[in-house]
Design a protein around this ligand. Structure first.
Ligand SMILES: [Mn+2]
Length: 323
């Protein structure tokens, strides 16, 4: 039996969900051939016809599909049902194989709970994987040092999957999540090789953000518009300034677009947040969540992006601007 495992790509929870679904499915049937297909978000229908060419197709930690060949579904994103009719189609389903809970902390943890309750399948042999998926996907680290120092094996695996663009490593990585203790997995040759340059860059970013951060009032701001496009570990500003309330960054995304991200310190109590960051960024064509939101600008529009950043900083109660 062929099984296409469509899962949120470059995401620890997506990979963990793919691994746990495989473990679950093996208990239901012993003849199967899993194909792991990572998916990434874009407007419209994110799926293509090849995604559904299998006997069974599961969607994990990612968008719903009305395609009748999607036979299983587990997700916890509010954005799961985006196309007209998606939600109605899901709610009308009587297969008993499709599950969604926007309150779940991770898809992996949710899947483990659902298959125990509905199918009497115990995945507690993978408790370490489930525990870390819950922690990582809900970003409930005990302090900013943990996701910045990246000392725990699980966080090295997270860093690997979030930056891996080599399709050939997707399947071995998911298999190893199931079969190899994290401490051993994190020291595997293909992980160490991929992580080395990434961690060196990360160490340089920690130093760079320390130098570029400008604190004014409750707001920390920095601009890296003069740096090549890449992603940064979003916890570094809180590592340097654990008490800051808001971080407003200007960076370049892969591909060169300028990107402003405004975030509320995840270690402060949520109810004390004074601003809805998604609403604050809407005038700039942005959006997101109340506690973290973003907007983008053309690669050449440094002045426009810096002006928007200053406006956002001022609205959040910081007076200064970043360089
Ligand atoms: Mn997730």
């Amino acid at each position: 039996m062929s099984v296409n495992v469509l899962h949120h790509g470059m995401c620890f929870d997506g990979a963990a969900s793919a691994a746990l679904f495989s473990a679950f499915f093996r208990r239901l049937s012993d003849d199967h051939n899993f194909r792991y297909i990572p998916k990434d978000h874009h407007p419209g229908d994110p799926y293509n016809s090849a995604d559904f060419e299998a006997d069974e197709v599961v969607g994990l930690d990612f968008r719903y599909s009305q395609n009748p060949r999607m036979t299983w579904f587990f997700d916890h994103h509010r954005s799961a049902f985006q196309l007209p009719g998606d939600r109605e189609h899901f709610e009308a389903d009587r297969s008993g194989h499709k599950f969604h809970d926007a309150a779940a902390r991770s898809c992996a943890g949710y899947l483990a709970r659902v298959v125990r309750e509905h199918f009497d399948v115990d995945l507690s042999a993978h408790a370490e994987l489930i525990r870390w998926a819950e922690l990582i996907d809900s970003a409930s680290f005990p302090d900013p040092a943990m996701p910045v120092r990246l000392e725990e094996p699980a966080l090295r695996l997270m860093t690997f999957v979030e930056s891996n663009t080599d399709q050939a490593l997707v399947e071995p990585f998911i298999r190893d999540l199931l079969t190899t203790p994290m401490k051993v997995h994190a020291e595997a040759g293909y992980i160490e090789e991929a992580l080395r340059p990434r961690l060196e860059q990360h160490a340089r970013d920690i130093a760079l953000l320390k130098e570029r951060s400008v604190v004014s009032g409750d707001v920390l701001a920095f601009s890296l518009h003069d740096q090549p496009g890449r992603s940064y570990n979003k916890f570094i500003p809180y590592y340097h300034h654990p008490e800051i309330r808001y971080v407003v960054s200007l960076t370049r995304a892969q591909g060169g677009r300028l990107k402003i991200t405004a975030g509320y310190n995840p270690w402060l109590p949520k109810p004390e947040r004074e601003h809805n960051l998604a609403a604050l960024l809407e005038p700039f064509g942005g959006g997101g969540h109340p506690f973290v939101a973003g907007c983008t600008f053309d690669p050449d529009d440094v002045e426009g992006a810096l002006r928007a950043q200053r406006t956002i900083i001022a609205r959040l109660g910081g007076a200064g601007s970043s360089r």
